[in-house]
Design a protein around this ligand. Structure first.
Ligand code: FAD
Length: 361
């Protein structure tokens, strides 16, 4: 049985960043990813400006990504717009996650594709998992619970996430160029962002009790969303889905922050460490920052307990502010009021953006 310096469970943003930095630091690394092929993940696909250098650092090219420098906010009946403090990018997770896995492999990581790790045994200072042994483990399974590591029980936002790529008519696509549009409706909110190949990502969250409203074919879903939020109608008329059915995810544990480590050799990163509400567009960057930081700690001999305390202190204030905005956002009346406030004080957007961004760690 091969023994690795580290085993990383989960080949998303956090896992790939951790594995690549560990391998670049000279460690032998096994990376387990349960999905055997590229697939659509539920995500707004908005990469915040703070995340861009982290991708460049591991050699991921963003040449296919779109540039996003402004945002519009549509309440049920009112809209506003404001510039973003830092330019963001739009790129599908279908492409981004594959680029990250490739970067990890090119750094010397042993990728075990199509391997779901189910158990983790520890004996004589070694972990045994997925047919290998390893000295340390990085848990990067995202929203999926990994049983051997303490779960996030009790943190369920009651929201279900949906995602589909759309081909918009040329006029609507031009209107969205360089913009991310956020929209709020009774029972949920979402975003439209331009991604590669002229496609537009429509991603939204709905309260679980209300999802029957968006069950059916695309004409039904599009009609319902356009009726629920005036600002959306102009985009969805004559738009065609690039795939169907929509990708979905349930039980999103918004607001979760892991406060302590399970063991000094198991490092939890990404959504396993903290889950910031999606409307902040910061989850991917936190995943990359914590993945990279875990690698730095492992390479420097810093244990998982210290890593976890440091990371919780860095991300907790951001997650708390994001959670507050998420709760206010869910109220159509407050979001309409929010658009009025932003029209009067566009710097409010800058304030929320800056305070939900994690400083470089
Ligand atoms: C509706 C919605 C919209 C969002 N929009 C945005 C946005 O616009 N911008 C943004 O920055 N963030 C957004 N986020 C958050 C962002 O998607 C996550 O924070 C980010 O993907 C977390 O990265 P991760 O690496 O921790 O997990 P993931 O990206 O989920 O990766 C986890 C990986 O682990 C694998 N895995 C799971 N279990 C196992 C196992 N047992 N063995 C092996 N492999 C396993 C999975 O297959 C997966 O590939 C959004 C989230 C939601 C729900």
């Amino acid at each position: 049985m091969t023994t690795f310096d580290a085993a990383v469970i989960g080949g998303g943003l956090a896992g790939c960043l951790a594995a690549t930095h560990l391998a670049r630091g000279g460690m032998s690394v096994a990376l387990f990813e349960k999905r055997s092929t590229a697939h659509h993940k539920v995500c707004g696909e908005f990469i915040s400006g703070e995340g861009v250098p982290l991708l460049h650092e591991v050699g991921v090219s963003l040449e296919q990504a779109t540039h996003i420098s402004n945002m519009r906010l549509h309440g049920p009946t009112r809209s506003c717009e404001a510039p973003l403090p830092t330019a963001a990018r739009g790129l599908s997770r279908l492409l981004l996650d594959e680029l990250l896995l490739k970067a990890a492999q090119e750094s010397g990581v042993e990728l075990m594709r199509g391997e779901a790790v189910k158990t983790l045994e520890q004996a004589d200072g070694l972990f045994r998992l997925g047919g290998v042994t390893a000295r340390r483990v990085v848990c990067a399974t995202g929203k999926a619970e990994f049983k051997p590591v303490q779960t996030r029980a009790g943190r369920d936002s009651g929201m279900v996430g949906f995602k589909v790529h759309l081909r918009l008519p040329a006029k609507a696509r031009d209107r969205l160029r360089q913009y991310v549009d956020l929209f709020v409706f009774e029972n949920g909110y979402g975003g439209l962002a331009p991604v590669e190949d002229g496609l537009t990502n429509l991603c939204f969250l709905m309260e679980r009790e209300a999802i029957a409203k968006v069950q059916g074919d695309w004409p039904h879903v599009s009609r319902w969303l356009s009726g629920a939020c005036e600002g959306l109608a102009g985009y969805l008329d004559n738009a065609e889905p690039a795939f169907w059915p929509m990708a979905t995810v349930a039980n999103v544990p918004y607001g979760f922050v892991r406060e302590s480590a399970v063991s000094d050799d198991i490092y939890c990163v990404g959504d396993q460490l903290a889950v910031i509400p999606s409307l902040t567009g910061e989850g991917m960057t936190i995943a990359m920052q914590t993945g990279k930081r875990a690698a730095e700690c492992i390479l420097a001999g810093v244990g998982a307990k210290e890593f976890q305390l440091e990371m919780a202190a860095v991300v907790r204030p951001r997650v708390q502010l994001g959670f507050l905005v998420h709760r206010l956002f869910k109220s159509p009346r407050i979001s309409d009021l929010g658009t009025q406030l932003v029209n009067r004080w566009p710097r409010l957007v800058e304030y929320i953006f800056r305070h939900t961004r994690s400083p470089a760690v």
